[in-house]
Design a protein around this ligand. Structure first.
Ligand code: GLN
Length: 287
């Protein structure tokens, strides 16, 4: 089936397959990651050991992975993991792949907050990436993480264990919160679904065909639905002086600011991401 079992030959062959879809740089990067993941060869080792001979089963693994990449399956779902800041995060098609913007959200929180003794709730935790990074960096924190999806909670629990952090998980719907919460928070953070269906046509097949719709999309007519639900929840469960941190759709920053004002929030700050898009909002609750 294969003309050669030598690493460099296979790499060239698969590069030719992938370049029309992903371009040269991304294709090479994806192959390097696959080879690193499956065969434990670092990038330098891949160059130094370019004559490395793959076994039948190794070749099959690589072949299957490239086949899935050709069908637009995200690399992170193929290998089942990604890195978020410094943390290894397991992912599957039941959770969104953590985005670089969300790393910036965590950095914003860590820059603004005292790094000890905080009660924190992450709403719509997905893979658990935000909750885990916060729990790992804030000493004596009590971190809670909510999601409506059982599969997401299972994945996030696994990720909390891998990263040795203690998080309390709550399976619940923020739009109809039950009485599972019995205390107050200093910080509530959320990266809820915020892509409007009207924006779907601008999205790529790797996202649309594989990532969970429930984690991405929101009704065109109620694009702030999750933020409003969180502000209603925060009336009861966010301490006075407590902080809200959101990741947002860049087109909805002004609408959300308006809504936060109506809910009587103070110190509303809209923060841009690395691409100069309005991507984060923080605000302080007043009595
Ligand atoms: N930024 C993500 C995307 O464009 C969306 C994340 C979200 O809806 N919370 O795919």
């Amino acid at each position: 089936m294969w003309k050669s079992n030598i690493l460099i030959d296979l790499k060239h062959m698969y590069l030719n397959d992938l370049i029309p879809i992903y371009g040269k740089d991304e294709s090479l990067q994806m192959l390097n990651i696959l080879i690193g993941h499956y065969f434990g060869l670092s990038r330098v080792e891949q160059t130094l050991q370019s004559a490395y001979k793959l076994s039948e089963s190794e070749m099959l693994k690589l072949h299957m992975a490239v086949k899935q990449l050709k069908k637009n399956k995200p690399l992170q779902y193929i290998i089942g993991e990604t890195t978020f800041i410094d943390y290894k995060i397991k992912v599957n098609e039941g959770v969104l792949i953590p985005r670089p913007e969300t790393e910036e959200l965590v950095k914003l929180i860590l820059d603004n907050e005292n790094l000890s003794d905080l009660n924190i709730l992450d709403i719509g935790t997905g893979s658990g990436c935000i909750a885990i990074a916060l729990a790992a960096n804030i000493t004596n924190s009590h971190v809670y993480a909510m999601d409506i999806s059982k599969k997401a909670i299972e994945t996030a629990k696994q990720n909390a264990n891998i990263n040795n952090v203690n998080i309390q998980f709550i399976e619940d719907d923020i739009n109809k919160p039950s009485s599972k919460i019995s205390h107050n928070f200093d910080v509530i953070v959320s990266n809820p679904p915020y892509v409007r269906y009207l924006e779907k046509s601008q999205m790529k097949p790797n996202v649309l065909d594989y990532e969970p719709e429930i984690a991405l999309f929101v009704d065109d007519h109620k694009p702030l639905k999750f933020y409003t639900a969180i502000m209603n929840f925060a009336k009861l469960f966010l301490n006075d002086g407590g902080r809200l941190y959101f990741e947002i759709n860049e087109a909805l920053a002004d609408e959300l600011r308006q809504s936060l004002l109506e809910y009587n929030y103070d110190k509303i700050s809209i923060v841009k991401d690395i691409n100069f898009k309005n991507r984060f909002v923080s605000a302080v609750k007043v009595e």
